[in-house]
Design a protein around this ligand. Structure first.
Ligand code: LLP
Length: 393
């Protein structure tokens, strides 16, 4: 457990280095990533479970290298993600490919490379995959994604398992599906897939998911389909409020729900697709204070990172802990912490209590390892922020 020995705060050595690097940049602690992966593997040891890392959360090579060392598979949502995972050394047989809008080229690529499964999201897609597989004279491995109509109780933009969402098949399509499957000779039904949303903190929703999975598995069995696997997706949330107190999500509690409630058949495996829970806490966005500007109620702390590096607060009104990591002042002041982008939504936090801050201080925006760098843009013709690792120090 290398990270836990020196938990939390940035070391003096790290801060000295930070001063020499052009800001803003992402800083990743790979020791924490290792501890997180170790904790997952400890929980699944001895169970027929396979965790696929949802590569959309962070695609950096150094991060993928660690994830590969711990033998995780990969979950992708685009052909380029599949290509990237293969390029980074992941075996196609461990790659699941979901997404509501797969193109013909992406499907061809997946079939030719013999990936683990296509997680199919509609009847229309199923027909197209069958046609393409026929042309290639190969069988395409399929898991049907179902929309279990379970409320993940998270932000509406990252809720995916309700009937109103665009993902997966709905239960009323089951009859059509079974009729169709009879004639689709180039499809091999391997499993069923679910993913109900992201940043899930009320774990009871996973118990509801397990109930729906068991019901659906029974329907498949009654129709004569034995499934090689069940894939319950990802979504486990992290503690954005207290990253140092809870740097590793409670995997014991998470996996216990599945151990207790999923009824696996003989020889069947259970797959997970975790993104945020694996990489969020190991990353911070490090930025510099450019100006302190007088405001009406609170002063603005204008920093050199913006929504171009981290769009989550602007897009999902999400909270990220903000720290001044270099001020030595004991005086506490409230600031609106904002970026330089020409949008009012370019704001990381309102009335954030920080030590008295001044131009040149370093600001850490925590828990940005997932959906930070990957969602960055060049809006306002901004440069891409670099990534550094604890191993660079
Ligand atoms: N599996 C599928 C099919 C997914 O669509 C996703 C995420 C995952 C797994 C991984 O979910 P996770 O374990 O990371 O929650 N940009 C948003 C999150 C979007 C998640 C999209 N799908 C954010 O910054 O909160």
């Amino acid at each position: 457990m290398p990270y836990l020995i020196k938990r939390g705060m940035f070391s003096t050595l790290q801060k000295d280095k930070f001063r020499n690097w052009a800001t803003p940049f992402f800083f990743y602690n790979l020791n924490l990533l290792e501890d997180t992966l170790e904790s997952i593997n400890k929980e699944i040891e001895g169970f027929p479970y396979k965790v696929h890392y949802a590569i959309k959360a962070n695609t950096n090579s150094a991060i993928l290298k660690k994830i590969k060392e711990y033998q995780l598979g990969i979950d992708c949502v685009s052909g380029n993600e599949v290509k990237h995972a293969i390029k980074e050394g992941f075996e196609p047989k461990n790659i699941a490919f979901a997404g509501v809008g797969k193109t013909d080229e992406e499907i061809i690529y997946g079939i030719e490379n013999e990936i683990f499964t296509f997680n199919v999201e509609s009847i229309a897609e199923l027909k197209v995959i069958n046609e393409i597989a026929e042309r290639l004279n190969k069988k395409a491995p399929i898991a049907i994604r179902f929309n279990p109509n379970v409320n993940a109780k998270t932000h509406k933009y990252i809720t995916t398992g309700l009937e109103e969402n665009k993902f997966g098949l709905n239960y009323w399509e089951l009859d059509t599906l079974f009729q169709l499957l009879e004639g689709l000779k180039f499809i091999e039904i391997k499993g069923i897939h679910f993913h109900i949303g992201s940043q899930i903190t009320d774990l009871s929703v996973y118990q509801s998911l397990c109930n729906r999975v068991n019901e659906l598995q029974k329907i498949f069995l009654d129709r004569g389909y034995t499934l090689d696997h069940i894939n319950v997706g990802g979504g486990l949330g992290v503690d954005y409020n207290q990253p140092d107190e809870n740097p590793i999500p409670n995997f014991t509690e998470f996996f216990a729900i599945f151990k207790n409630f999923i009824e696996l058949q003989e020889g069947q495996s259970l797959h997970f697709e975790l993104g945020r829970a694996i990489v969020a806490q190991c990353g911070s966005l490090i930025s510099k204070v450019l100006y302190v500007k007088e405001g009406i109620k609170t002063n603005f702390l204008i920093i050199d990172a913006g929504m171009t590096e981290l769009i989550r607060p602007a897009l999902y009104q999400s909270y990220h802990k903000i720290e001044n990591i270099t001020s030595e002042s004991t005086q506490k002041v409230k600031y609106d912490v904002v970026g330089p982008i020409c949008e009012s939504s370019d704001c990381f936090g309102k009335e954030v209590e920080l030590p008295l801050s001044e131009r040149g201080d370093l600001i850490a925006i925590r828990t940005t390892g997932a959906y930070g760098e990957v969602m960055s843009s060049s809006y306002n013709l901004r440069d891409k922020a670099k990534a550094y690792y604890n191993e660079d120090i």
